[in-house]
Design a protein around this ligand. Structure first.
Ligand code: LRH
Ligand code: MN
Length: 398
């Protein structure tokens, strides 16, 4: 018979997991690599149909990934013209289109930037792509337009940083003004790569400025891989929560830079600390609307396997943080009882929540161990057989 405290913990655990969903990236299923090469996988997806099929399999196994992020030029090369086909795939596979990610970094014209390019004609081309992306979002019923730009420079003195700020302010306000009332513009920052001297949206402060300047439907997107290794990411999250500017996350892990490794593979405590800031803000009554999304490139791991592993890890870390006794922690923080506060906080991280997560899955008719269920499903082997010959030929990035 479960003791009261145990059942209370289980109730809190089930409540937390009921509230957690995470969006998966279409590009996480494709053959991707680094500048040193790409190792093709037979089961990799190379068509939008295969990406929806793989997303449906991940959602069948986990039950918490009903939407898939789309990158415009990779998934809708014909822009709005591909919307009908995508809608058909949505109903065929039961997966909704999630955030719409413009591609402002691969066209030859964007060598010196896109929305920040000194050439007005190239800025206009980039703005047109932004507006197309917003129209695609409206047509698909997607709430978030999630913008990341590679814009920046490689050598001091070669670009006017302040001119570029002005051009980007204008472009993001013009984009914001085209949003539907329920849409949001998420502005993603990144300190470097592919630009290695200055990046136009390099940190959370710059992103928050551009979002505020654009308008009330713009927010900041935090990609966990887009920070210097010594940066305190959960402090940035606390600031964005306090200022009401947090729009969402691109979750991944890294040892060095923007490594796009699987969540929790290097520093699971980092994600636990981020989730704690969010749970604490919720219990303090802060209003927020956070998009949890995965942004990884699975260069060596099996792509669907890595995605299922990531979703399960995200659930476990979200649950561990949800079970922190925040009332007792606040008292210990107030009394500056450092060791007791740390032991309570870290103790929540150490607890093994996998049995509770398995019980939640069982209660929802889901496989108690999604990874094991993927292996027994034979899905990857079938995909490799069906796709094998073609997907081994690697062409564009994703
Ligand atoms: C840039 C980024 C961005 C995506 C891309 C796939 O590093 O994080 O969010 O568009 O990865
Ligand atoms: Mn990202």
């Amino acid at each position: 018979m479960m003791k009261h405290s145990e059942s209370a913990t289980f109730d809190a655990a089930f409540k937390a997991l009921d509230a957690f969903q995470i969006e998966i990236p279409s590009w996480g299923f494709a053959n991707t690599g680094t500048r040193f090469g790409k190792f093709a996988q037979a089961a990799a997806a190379s068509t939008i149909e295969e990406k929806f099929a793989d997303a449906a399999e991940v959602n069948r196994l986990t039950g918490v990934t009903p939407t898939m992020a789309l990158h415009v030029l990779w998934d809708l090369p014909n822009g709005v013209g591909d919307v009908a086909a995508v809608k058909a795939l949505e109903s065929q596979f039961g997966i909704r289109s999630g955030s719409i990610n413009p591609n402002l970094f691969q066209d030859q014209e964007y060598k010196f930037g896109s929305l920040c390019n000194p050439a007005a004609a190239i800025r206009a081309k980039a703005l047109e792509h932004m507006l197309d992306s917003i129209e695609i979002g409206k047509a698909l019923g997607s709430r978030d337009i999630s913008l990341w730009m590679a814009d920046g420079s490689n050598y001091p003195g070669t670009q006017s940083i302040r001119n570029r700020i002005g051009w980007l302010e204008d472009a993001l306000r013009a984009s914001h003004d085209k949003l539907a009332p329920d849409q949001r513009l998420l502005v993603e920052y990144k300190p470097f790569e592919p630009a290695f001297y200055h990046t136009d949206i390099a940190d959370w402060g710059m992103s928050a400025h551009f979002a505020r300047h654009a308008g009330p439907q713009a927010r900041v997107l935090v990609d966990t891989g887009h920070h210097y290794s010594s940066q305190n990411i959960e402090q940035i999250v606390a600031w964005l929560l306090h200022t009401g500017m947090l729009g969402g996350f691109h979750f991944n892990d890294r040892r060095y830079a923007d490594d796009d490794l699987t969540l929790g593979s290097i520093d699971p405590y980092q994600i636990f600390r981020i989730f704690h800031e969010i749970h604490a803000a919720v219990s303090d009554g802060l209003q927020m609307d956070i998009a949890y999304m995965i942004d990884q490139s699975h260069n060596l791991k099996g792509k669907i396997e890595a995605m299922v592993q990531t979703v399960v890890t995200a659930q476990e870390l979200y649950l561990k943080a949800a079970l922190v006794d925040r009332e007792q922690l606040s008292e210990l923080q107030q009394s500056c009882d450092l060791v007791a506060a740390e032991e309570l906080f870290r103790g929540a991280f150490w607890q093994d929540v996998r049995p509770m997560a398995a019980a939640w899955r069982e209660a929802h008719g889901l496989p108690v161990d999604p990874l094991a269920a993927l292996h027994t499903s034979g899905y990857v082997e079938r995909a490799a057989k069906e796709r094998g010959s073609r997907s081994l030929a690697v062409s564009s990035y994703a």
